[in-house]
Design a protein. Structure first.
Length: 278
């Protein structure tokens, strides 16, 4: 039976220099922002790959030393900035909010001032804030530990389950190998997010006789995402706010379900902001 290494699975979870001139700043005349005719708050829930400082054994292979990849990232960021978010939420815990606020204030004047976490928080999160003149940037995460290796071990005891895990690991490995635009586009499709959601539900069914190990472990991850959703709801927001959420792809899948079924929010289609080949 083919054994599946835990490293690839982790990569799914923890999906990561100068002042702008007038052409870099968002242009009001070409802005993607549209009038919100409902009382719902617009949310752009955006899944990201981790771009640095990850302990994942198999994480994104995007090389930002490649001039084209770096240029594509900048194009994508400028396109997202056209959403003109009034609030940006990052995959950091709220206890870091003062640190985020101070760093962002420095970053707006000097892009060498950066958050000491995976670089997508800076190259995407802070940069969108800078280009959009966003004033409110917060952490949304709520860390909880998990024992995923035990679920993979349980799945490997059954041939059909082991094969399914192997197929999923191949999918994530292939996703991680894509170039920036293709990778971000794929991970932000509804199909990819629901594939991830279904995979976690599958892991929740793994258990030994008379035990429910999978349900226990995955419920902790479910709780983490519900805490993130709770942190979103704690914010004082109005219908005129536009919220940009930047988290790893697995969190994006769960938040899509919570936010998409809320009477308070309306989800934006992230794919509108990723086509940078124009």
């Amino acid at each position: 039976m083919k054994k599946i290494t835990f490293g690839i699975l982790i990569s799914l979870i923890f999906a990561c220099n100068e002042k702008p001139n007038e052409t870099e700043k968002t242009n009001e005349d070409t802005s993607i922002v549209e009038e919100n005719n409902s009382d719902k708050i617009r949310v752009l829930n955006f899944g990201t790959a981790h771009l640095s400082q990850t302990t994942d054994a198999n994480s994104s292979m995007i090389n930002l030393e490649d001039p084209k990849e770096k240029a594509d990232l900048k194009k994508m960021v400028r396109k997202i900035a056209e959403f003109k978010p009034t609030v940006i939420l990052l995959e950091l815990e709220p206890k870091n909010n003062e640190y985020i606020k101070k760093t962002f204030a420095k970053y707006k004047n000097d892009q060498n001032e950066r958050l000491n976490y995976s670089d997508e928080l800076n190259s995407i999160g802070l940069e969108i804030g800078r280009l959009s003149d966003t004033e409110r940037i917060y952490g949304i995460d709520s860390q909880i530990g998990f024992d995923y290796p035990s679920l993979i071990e349980l799945a490997n005891k059954t041939k059909s389950d082991s094969l399914f895990v192997s197929e999923m690991m191949d999918y994530y490995k292939n996703l991680n190998s894509l170039k920036l635009e293709e990778q971000f586009a794929e991970m932000n499709t509804k199909e990819s997010k629901m594939k991830t959601f279904d995979f976690y539900n599958f892991l929740a069914t793994q258990h030994s006789e008379k035990n429910y190990e999978g349900a226990k472990v995955i419920s902790a991850f479910y709780e983490r995402n519900l805490r993130m959703y709770s942190n979103l709801n704690d914010l004082k927001l109005s219908k005129n706010d536009r919220v940009f959420i930047l988290t790893g792809a697995a969190h994006t899948a769960y938040l899509d379900i919570f936010i998409g079924n809320s009477e308070k929010f309306i989800l934006e289609n992230p794919l509108k902001f990723i086509n940078i080949t124009e």
